[in-house]
Design a binder for this molecule. Structure first.
Ligand code: 5GP
Ligand code: ZN
Length: 114
């Protein structure tokens, strides 16, 4: 998707530092962090929303979570705790239409989320 911001980041076309990458997944710090640690973990493949996942993407979704847990360990919040979440469409608060897993940590999270 040539006009997709996160496709461009995954392809290294923007000046965004990747904090994790493998063949299928990349991660980078959120531009507008909501916690001391706020990383976005995305598939290299363009998938617009959770609604667009197909059965063949099941392994890819697992890889997003494994990348997030790797990052949580690396950043030292695996024991203290953290939150992972994906927003879907307007009511979910999604603003960028390329699937992304938020990894938030470094402070106590509220519940329920706003
Ligand atoms: P959403 O609201 O779609 O779940 O999350 C989109 C996230 O992407 C937001 O937290 C927003 O701050 C982040 N974001 C939007 N544009 C950019 C960008 O150009 N670079 C980075 N690193 N993050 C971005
Ligand atoms: Zn994309």
């Amino acid at each position: 998707m040539p006009e997709c911001l996160f496709c461009k980041i995954a392809a290294g076309e923007l000046d965004t530092e990747l904090v994790y990458e493998d063949e299928e997944v990349v991660a980078f710090n959120d531009l507008n962090p909501q916690a001391p640690i706020h990383v976005l973990v995305i598939p290299r493949k363009h998938i617009a929303t959770l609604n667009d996942l197909e059965p063949a993407d099941a392994g890819l979704v697992g890889r997003l979570y494994l990348a997030a847990t790797t990052l949580a360990r690396k950043k030292g919040v695996d024991d203290s705790g953290y939150r992972t979440l994906m927003n879907c469409n307007a009511d979910g608060g999604q603003t960028v239409f390329h699937l992304h897993l938020h990894l938030l940590g470094g402070r106590r999270m509220g519940w329920p989320p706003g």
